[in-house]
Structure formats: structure tokens, C-alpha cells
Design a protein around this ligand. Structure first.
Ligand SMILES: Nc1ncnc2c1ncn2[C@@H]1O[C@H](COP(=O)(O)OP(=O)(O)O)[C@@H](O)[C@H]1O
Ligand SMILES: [Mg+2]
Length: 268
């Protein structure tokens, strides 16, 4: 389906419901346009990660559907799901690397199995090398390392390399800057913008860094109480009359100021 600006929707969440013990997503409808950078905000526990997981079938909604580049994730069968997974790169919250695998093997987990089996070891290592260079890591220094030998910022970059190595057209970023100091946060946010531009991907960015998300993204949405409380431009988000949105923006601005005060190398 086409967006109101005449573009194509990269991701369509259509009335998505998901409950565990209690309802988490209670009718989420949201569309992300091809090529845009879209930020998703919301309080902790709002269901942001759950929503991202429904995009590639890691969690099934109780009802509703998700469409990726027009393919239904839930009504298209296994072939369509495999097709969706090929198109989508996923940067997991807290990197989620495999502790016992080297950086090389962790990155290669991002290439779909059927494609990986068609590549010889030299070619696949070349793909991992390329992906590590794109995230500004020195491949020769890190390929043989285990995650435990890397800093937090480097682990995030390896997680990003794994998400891009499959050459996706859509990138899902789940809190890629959580746990990073302000300087690394800015560096990773720059990387997100640069990769999305250079690889020509659509990016859906879940972030607690509201100021960063507002500065980087074309559109933003806020998930609250199981549904989409706001969806629009960053300027409209800042100017929203909705008291819930206002309280969220004010709290985020205060947290961002505290972050800077707490950082000896920060702006203040
Ligand atoms: N696999 C799961 N099993 C049970 N409950 C879950 C599962 N995944 C998430 N939840 C619950 O769903 C709610 C939303 O979680 P999540 O999407 O991780 O929130 P956030 O917006 O912080 O990313 C939380 O209450 C969480 O405990
Ligand atoms: Mg989360």
C-alpha cells in the first residue's frame, strides 16, 4: 500500500494485539515509509521490543498483521517469512552476541542460512570484514576475538555489523545506545544515520534518547498504554498539546541534561 506522501510503506503494523499475563499491545497501527528514519519512543515496558519482534516473527501477535515491503509476516507462509527475514536487519537490545562465538562467527549469524551455505569461507569472511569496516571496527584486530574481550561500544558495533551483513533494506534498532556514555551515544547515532543513508535502508529506531531520536528522524511515534499515542514529525511531537506527550518530552529533556552534567567529557 502507498503512503500519503506517495511513497511505499516499508513496514505496516495493522491493529496488532499481544498479551502475556496482561495486554501489552492493544491495537497498534503504525506505518513506516520506505527510506525514512523513524523513531519509536515510549516508557519502559510499553511494548516497544515486543512490537519490533513481531516484525520478523520472533513473537506472534494474538491478532492483527505486520507487513514488510508488502509481504504479510503472518499470513504469507514460511517462504514469505524467510523473505521478510532476508530484508530486515535487527540490532538487538544489549547487543545479544553469542559469548562462545568469535566476532567473525557472530557477524556471520546475520547472513541467512541458505545464502551462507552458498558462500565459501573466504567469501563469507570477506562479507564479515566489509561489515566490520562499515561500523568503523578494524577487522584484523577483532575478527578472532570473543565478545568478552570487547568494550561495550565495540560489542554494539559488532551487533550492528551482524545486522547489516545480510544487506537488508530495513534496519530495526532496539535501544542501540542504551548503556553507552554520551560521547559513544552520539558516535553510534551518527553511525545509524550514516549506515541508513549509505546502505539506503529504512530505519526504525527504538530509543530512550528522545532528544537524539527527534534530531535524527523524519517522523516519530510514541507507544503508551498499549497503543500509539502520537505519530508525526519531531516538531509536532515537541509542540503536542497532549499532556502525556508533553510530560514525556519534559522528562526526556531533564534526563538528557542530567546525562551531560554527569559526563566529564560532555558539553557541560
Ligand atoms: N517473552 C515474553 N514473555 C512474557 N512477557 C513478556 C515477554 N516479552 C515481553 N514481555 C512483557 O511485555 C511488556 C513489554 O515489554 P517490552 O516490549 O520489552 O518493553 P519495552 O517497551 O521496554 O521494550 C513487559 O511487561 C514485559 O515484561
Ligand atoms: Mg525494549
Amino acid at each position: 500500500m502507498n503512503s500519503e506522501r506517495g511513497g511505499t510503506w516499508a513496514i505496516e503494523y495493522q491493529d496488532v494485539y499481544k498479551a502475556f499475563d496482561v495486554p501489552v499491545l492493544a491495537g497498534v497501527s503504525l506505518n513506516v515509509e520506505e527510506g525514512e528514519m523513524f523513531a519509536l519512543f515510549g516508557p519502559s515496558g510499553a511494548g516497544k521490543s515486543v512490537l519490533l519482534k513481531t516484525t520478523i516473527g520472533l513473537l506472534d501477535p494474538d491478532s492483527g498483521d505486520v507487513r514488510v515491503a508488502g509481504h504479510s509476516v503472518y499470513f504469507g507462509g514460511q517462504n514469505k517469512l524467510a523473505e521478510v527475514r532476508r530484508r530486515v536487519g535487527y540490532v538487538f537490545q544489549s547487543s545479544a552476541l553469542f559469548d562462545s562465538l568469535t566476532v567473525l562467527d557472530n557477524v556471520l549469524m546475520g547472513i541467512p542460512e541458505d545464502e551462507l551455505s552458498s558462500l565459501d569461507r573466504r567469501k563469507s569472511a570477506g562479507r564479515a570484514w566489509e561489515a566490520l569496516e562499515l561500523v568503523n571496527l578494524d577487522p584484523s584486530a577483532v575478527l578472532a576475538k570473543l565478545p568478552a574481550e570487547l568494550s561495550g561500544g565495540m560489542k554494539k558495533r559488532v551487533g550492528i555489523a551482524r545486522a547489516i551483513v545480510g544487506r537488508p533494506s530495513i534496519l530495526l534498532w532496539d535501544e542501540p545506545t542504551t548503556g553507552l556514555d554520551p560521547i559513544n551515544t552520539v558516535a553510534v547515532e551518527r553511525l545509524i544515520v550514516q549506515l541508513s543513508h549509505d546502505l539506503e535502508t529504512t530505519s526504525l529506531l527504538v530509543t530512550h534518547d528522545v532528544e537524539g531520536g527527534l534530531a535524527l528522524c523524519d517522523r516519530v511515534a510514541m507507544l503508551e498504554g498499549g497503543s500509539v499515542r502520537f505519530c508525526g514529525t519531531p516538531a509536532a511531537f515537541r509542540d503536542s498539546n497532549d499532556s502525556v506527550v508533553q510530560a514525556f518530552v519534559d522528562r526526556a529533556a531533564a534526563e538528557s541534561a542530567l546525562d551531560l552534567v554527569g559526563d566529564p567529557g560532555g558539553v557541560i
